[in-house]
Design a protein around this ligand. Structure first.
Ligand SMILES: Cc1cc2nc3c(=O)[nH]c(=O)nc-3n(C[C@H](O)[C@H](O)[C@H](O)COP(=O)(O)OP(=O)(O)OC[C@H]3O[C@@H](n4cnc5c(N)ncnc54)[C@H](O)[C@@H]3O)c2cc1C
Length: 474
């Protein structure tokens, strides 16, 4: 089929191309990537569906403003090198975004085809072209003129990495300070490799380092030096804080300290970052072989935890959520993948007590059935416990995935940095400027747990502002 010279009607008649996936039964026991990526011909066909709108809503729908209207038509005409260059210029983490962004709520959600024909699969095409580029060594980007300014970035998650990459491309000298031993933030310690393979993260972080960005790992700002030290003793001209929201929330119910109960953050970090599932790993994970595992929550973190539990040998991997499936904040694809793999989705249920044996090991959970009340501030119907509906479910492991808050270390060790009652840093939303001169912030540390692309957008806005301030001061 020819891919050029088609009328809009002919383009609209092409169905959206599905993402090929590993077989659900086989993949439920391995950490290999579930989505297999488009073949060349599938990508070209999917790109041909794009109507090349004159005022493309998809670009406005992308928090980092990727020129979707330019790179997608270039895939349709098979000019992959030009398409890859556009994506590389606009997005330092394109292969990651193509895999984990909630496109349905952003670029694809506003695609003009969405209402009648399903949107162009922009995320799948971004992944295709970023992978194509990476396999060929990556697009060469023109080197900037050095400005002589030095910027410190706290945290190597999507916000910090994007801010650092943009500043480096503007000619500034950038050093990232990362608390963990590996960069990536949630991309490394939270999102499992079957959704986001580690070599993809390593390659994109590697490209950012090739821009001249220095990376110091095992460097916890607030313990090993403070933000004030970076500005004064270390002589950085500005600091960007992208330290995320990595402190897990607890259910605060009896029995939460039993052996077998953990937070999703701890569980996923042990599995993803410390490779706890490998025989002989120095950081072990609770043995889930043949266990009935309940995960409490309905977001991406809960889906990642439950699907990981399945891969670690759980006999039953169950989501227990206090609202309905429609109310779950997880990406639709994650819910669909979890169900296909055999995860049980149990809704309108809340835990009220964990029950253990004489040795302090978890044996069961006491649950209460919820009814749907009036809509709350989120627009979803408030779950309310039904009196007398309590029952006990036997489980051997419980994983709590009900959200995260920022770690308090930076606000405790930094004067003049205003924060909210939730512990997030107060910023000007346009510029990312905090209340402390020379200090900017963005990502989950400002919004609370959100998305990769929103964190990246905040890093980009702050980089622009930092650049303007430094050039104005020069
Ligand atoms: C399990 C899980 C799955 C998710 N799945 C998705 C998904 O599919 N799609 C999506 O869009 N979003 C997803 N999210 C949300 C998304 O990952 C986050 O919104 C995003 O990573 C936030 O980026 P960030 O850079 O602000 O923070 P983070 O990614 O949290 O990175 C912050 C970094 O700062 C470091 N740090 C913290 N304090 C200090 C300090 N004092 N000194 C030095 N370094 C410090 C941390 O170690 C970390 O590396 C998921 C989140 C989780 C937890």
């Amino acid at each position: 089929m020819t891919t050029t010279g088609l009328s809009s009607k002919e383009r609209m008649a092409i169905p959206r191309q599905p993402m090929p996936e590993q077989d659900p039964v086989a993949r439920g026991r391995t950490f290999a990537e579930v989505n297999l990526g488009y073949e060349v011909e599938t990508a070209v066909l999917e790109a041909t569906r794009c109507l090349a709108c004159r005022r493309p809503p998809c670009v406005a729908g992308c928090p980092v403003g990727v020129r979707i209207d330019e790179f997608v038509p270039l895939i349709a005409t098979r000019d992959f090198a030009a398409a890859a260059r556009i994506v590389a210029e606009d997005n330092a983490l394109a292969a990651i975004c193509g895999r984990v962004c909630p496109q349905e709520a952003q670029c694809e959600g506003v695609c003009v085809l969405e209402r009648k024909h399903r949107s162009v699969a922009i995320g799948n095409l971004e992944r295709f072209i970023a992978d194509w580029d990476r396999e060929r060594g990556g697009s060469e980007l023109s080197p900037p003129t050095p400005t002589g300014h030095r910027v410190a970035v706290v945290g190597a998650g999507p916000a910090g990495l994007t801010c650092a990459a943009d500043l480096a491309r503007m000619g500034h000298e950038v050093t990232i300070f990362e608390a963990l031993h590996e960069p990536g933030g949630v991309l490394a310690y939270g999102i499992p490799p079957y959704r986001l393979p580690r070599d993809v993260v390593d390659a994109e972080v590697g490209r950012i380092r090739e821009l001249g960005v220095s990376l110091e790992t095992d460097a916890v700002i607030g313990m090993a030096g403070s933000i004030d030290d970076l500005l004064h003793a270390e002589g950085f001209d500005a600091v960007f804080v992208g330290s995320g929201a990595g402190a897990p929330r607890f259910l605060d119910i009896p029995g939460e300290d039993l052996v077998g109960v953990s937070t999703a953050n701890e569980f996923l970090t042990r599995v993803n970052l410390m490779k706890a599932y490998r025989p002989g790993a120095t950081t072990p994970v609770y043995d889930l072989q043949g266990a009935r595992v309940a995960v409490f929550g309905g977001g991406n973190t809960a889906m990642d935890a439950v699907r990981t539990a399945l891969r670690l040998g759980a006999s039953d991997a169950m989501i227990m959520y206090r609202r309905t499936i429609e109310d779950m904040p997880a990406r639709r694809e994650e819910i669909h993948h979890a169900e296909d793999e055999g995860v049980q989705l149990m809704t309108l249920l809340a835990p009220i007590e964990f029950i253990g044996d004489d040795e302090g090991r978890l044996t069961a959970v006491r649950l209460v059935v919820m009814a749907q009340g009036e809509p709350d501030s989120s627009g979803r119907r408030r779950p309310e416990p039904i009196p007398g509906s309590e029952f006990i479910e036997e489980i051997q492991a419980a994983i709590v995935a009900i959200g995260n808050d920022p770690n308090p270390i930076l606000r405790r060790t930094t004067a003049d940095l205003d924060h909210t009652s939730r512990g997030t840093i107060v910023v000007d939303p346009e510029s990312g400027a905090t209340t402390k001169p020379g200090v900017f912030a963005g990502g989950d540390i400002v919004t609370g747990g959100a998305t990769v692309i929103l964190a990246m957008g905040a890093g980009r806005r702050a980089a622009r502002e930092i650049d303007e301030c430094l050039r104005a001061d020069a």
